[in-house]
Design a protein around this ligand. Structure first.
Ligand code: PLP
Length: 367
C-alpha cells in the first residue's frame, strides 16, 4: 500500500501543473448549525403556498431524460424579468462561476492576460490560473476606489484579453462611477465583463451599455436574489460573442431541476424583489447600527453585505469569537493587503442582524 501511495505522490508531482498544485481549492467553511452571514445568500424562504406549487412543478421533471440543451423557457422568462433586449443573446452557466470559466477558456492562450482591480471576486484570479492564463490584479485605492491612471497604464502595458469589473464590487460593496468605468472599457483591447452579481441591491444598471461598446458583456446571477442553490448564471451580450463562448459550454450544463425551478421562480419574481428590497432597507439600518459599535469602521455598500474594519489586529479574534457563538461571517484580513483588519458581513433580516449585533457588541466591549 505504501508503495502505491508514494507512487501517487510522485505521479501528481510529475503530471499536475505546478500552478494547480500550488493552489488551494476555493474555501467553503463548514456552516452546519451556524447563523450563516458569510456568503451573501438571501436568508428568506418562500411562502408555503409557493413551495407547494413548486413541488407540483418539480413532480413533472423527467430525470430519465437529458435536459433541454438551451433552456429556452428559462431564457424567455429571464428576458421578461431582467428586461433583456431581443438584440442581445443570453448564455446560461452553472452559476456565474462557470461563465467566468467559459469566458477565460475562450480567450486563453500564450501571453493572454486576465486583469481585474483588487481586491475583487477571487474567482477571476483562480480561474485565470485554472486555464493557464496570466493574471494581473490592479490595486484599488485605500478607499477602495478605482485608481484610474493605474488601471489605464496597466491595461496599456498588459493588453489584457479580458477585464473583469464587479459592480457593485465584492468584497468592498461599492460602485466605481460611470466615468471611470467607461474610460476602462474604451481603453481595453479585449473583452470587458461587467459582473452585476449584486444588481438586485443597487440602482446601478449597465445592461444598456451593451449598445455603446462592442467589447462589453454583462454577467448576472440568480444566486444573490435568493436562488444560490439553483446555480444559474446569466451572460448577456452580442450574439456573435456568445456564439463563440457557447462552443465551450458542456452540453446540458443546466439540469432539469434547475430549469423547472428557475422557470417557476422567474414567474414569481415579485417575491424575490420584495425580499431584496427589504434586505436593501436592512443594509442601511445595519450599517448605522454597526457604525455605532466601538472600534468598527463600516464602508458604504450597494450590495447585500457590509465591509467593516476593526481596530488593528482585532479582526481574526472577532471572527473566531463570533464563530464560537455560532455566527459565521467572512474574515478578509490576510487575504489582500488592502483588506487588513477587514471582515465582511452578509445582511440578513432584522432578527438575525440583531443577533449578530448583540454578539459583536459583547465581544467588542469585553475583548
Ligand atoms: C462578484 C461576484 N461574481 C460572481 C459570483 C458567483 O456567483 P454564482 O453563485 O452565480 O457563481 C459572486 C459570488 O460571490 C460574486 O461575488
Amino acid at each position: 500500500m505504501t508503495d502505491v501511495r508514494d507512487q501517487v505522490d510522485a505521479q501528481i508531482h510529475h503530471w499536475i501543473r505546478p500552478e494547480i498544485a500550488s493552489l488551494a481549492a476555493y474555501p467553503v467553511p463548514d456552516s452546519t448549525g451556524m447563523l450563516k452571514l458569510d456568503a451573501m445568500e438571501n436568508p428568506y424562504g418562500w411562502p408555503d403556498s409557493l413551495t407547494a406549487q413548486w413541488h407540483e412543478a418539480l413532480a413533472n421533471a423527467q430525470l430519465n431524460r437529458y435536459p433541454h440543451p438551451d433552456a429556452p423557457e428559462v431564457k424567455t422568462a429571464l428576458r421578461t424579468v431582467l428586461k433583456i433586449d431581443p438584440s442581445w443573446d443570453i448564455l446560461l452557466g452553472n452559476g456565474s462561476d462557470e461563465l467566468i470559466q467559459l469566458i477565460a477558456m475562450a480567450v486563453s492562450g500564450a501571453n493572454r492576460m486576465v486583469l481585474a482591480p483588487e481586491p475583487s471576486f477571487v474567482m477571476y484570479r483562480m480561474i485565470a490560473r485554472f486555464v493557464g492564463m496570466d493574471y494581473v490584479g490592479v490595486p484599488l485605492t485605500a478607499a477602495f476606489e478605482l485608481d484610474l491612471e493605474l488601471m489605464l497604464s496597466r491595461i496599456e502595458r498588459e493588453q489584457p484579453a479580458v477585464v473583469f469589473l464587479a459592480q457593485p464590487n465584492n468584497p468592498t460593496g461599492n460602485l466605481w462611477g460611470d466615468e471611470k468605468l467607461r474610460r476602462i472599457i474604451e481603453a481595453t483591447p479585449g473583452l470587458v465583463v461587467m459582473d452585476e452579481a449584486y444588481t438586485a441591491f443597487t440602482d446601478a444598471d449597465y445592461l444598456s451599455w451593451l449598445d455603446d461598446y462592442p467589447n462589453l458583456l454583462i454577467m448576472r446571477t440568480l444566486s444573490k436574489v435568493g436562488l444560490a442553490g439553483l446555480r444559474l448564471g446569466i451572460l448577456v451580450g452580442d450574439p456573435a460573442w456568445l456564439e463563440q463562448i457557447n462552443k465551450l459550454r458542456l452540453p446540458y450544463n443546466i439540469n432539469n431541476l434547475t430549469q423547472i425551478s428557475a422557470r417557476f421562480a422567474l414567474d414569481h419574481f415579485d417575491v424575490f424583489e420584495h425580499q431584496t428590497a427589504e434586505l436593501t432597507r436592512q443594509r442601511r439600518l445595519l450599517q448605522q447600527q454597526l457604525a455605532a459599535l466601538p472600534g468598527l469602521t463600516v464602508f458604504d455598500s450597494q450590495a447585500n453585505f457590509l465591509l467593516v474594519r476593526t481596530e488593528p489586529g482585532r479582526a481574526a479574534a472577532l471572527h473566531a469569537a463570533l464563530k464560537e457563538t455560532g455566527i459565521l461571517i467572512k474574515k478578509l484580513d490576510g487575504s489582500h493587503p488592502l483588506l487588513a483588519d477587514c471582515l465582511r458581513i452578509t445582511v440578513s433580516f432584522d432578527a438575525e442582524n440583531q443577533r449578530l449585533l448583540a454578539a459583536l457588541e459583547q465581544h467588542l466591549l469585553t475583548a
